[in-house]
Design a protein around this ligand. Structure first.
Ligand code: BTN
Length: 149
C-alpha cells in the first residue's frame, strides 16, 4: 500500500497535467459548417497563431467560388480546454473579407464543436453605400465525417 502511493501520486499528476477531467477542444483539422462550407486549420503554434484554407459553399456574389486563405489566432494557446479564437478569411474570388470569432467546445456527447459569429464586409463603391456593406451571422462547425473515422 505504502509502495503504491508514489505511483498513485504520479498517476494523479499525469492526469491533471493532461487536462483531466476536461476533454480538450482542438482547432487543428477539417471542419464543416451548417451551410456545408468546409475549412482546414493547420497547427496552432506556441503563440496561438494558425493558418488554414476555407472553401465556402455559398457566396454573396455571382463569382465562381475558389478556396481562400484564412489566418487566425487562438487565445491562451494550450492552456484552456475550450479556447476562444478568431480568424479572417481573405476571399480570393471577391473584394470581401470575413472575420469569424468563436469558441471551441466539447459538447455533451464528447464531440468538438465551433460556435462562431461572423461579419462579412463587402466592398462599397461609395461612402454612402457603407451602411449596407456588412452582413452578420453565425456558423456552427463540426469535424468532418472523414476526420471522425
Ligand atoms: C463573398 O461572397 O464575397 C465571399 C464568400 C462569403 C461566404 C460567407 S462568410 C460567412 C458565411 N459562412 C460561410 O461558410 N460562408 C458565408
Amino acid at each position: 500500500m505504502v509502495q503504491g502511493t508514489p505511483f498513485l501520486l504520479l498517476l494523479c499528476l499525469a492526469l491533471v497535467a493532461s487536462g483531466f477531467p476536461f476533454p480538450k477542444c482542438v482547432l487543428t483539422g477539417t471542419w464543416i459548417n451548417d451551410l456545408h462550407s468546409t475549412m482546414v486549420i493547420g497547427a496552432v503554434d506556441n503563440g496561438g497563431n494558425f493558418n488554414g484554407v476555407y472553401h465556402t459553399a455559398v457566396t454573396a456574389t455571382s463569382n465562381k467560388i475558389l478556396k481562400s486563405p484564412l489566418k487566425g489566432s487562438q487565445h491562451s494557446a494550450n492552456t484552456k480546454s475550450q479556447p476562444t479564437f478568431g480568424f479572417t478569411v481573405n476571399w480570393n474570388f471577391s473584394d470581401s473579407v470575413t472575420v469569424f470569432t468563436g469558441q471551441c467546445f466539447v459538447d455533451k456527447n464528447g464531440k468538438e464543436v465551433l460556435k462562431t459569429m461572423w461579419l462579412l464586409r463587402s466592398h462599397a463603391d461609395t461612402i454612402g453605400d457603407d451602411w449596407k456593406a456588412t452582413l452578420v451571422g453565425t456558423n456552427v462547425f463540426r469535424r468532418t465525417q472523414h476526420e471522425k473515422e
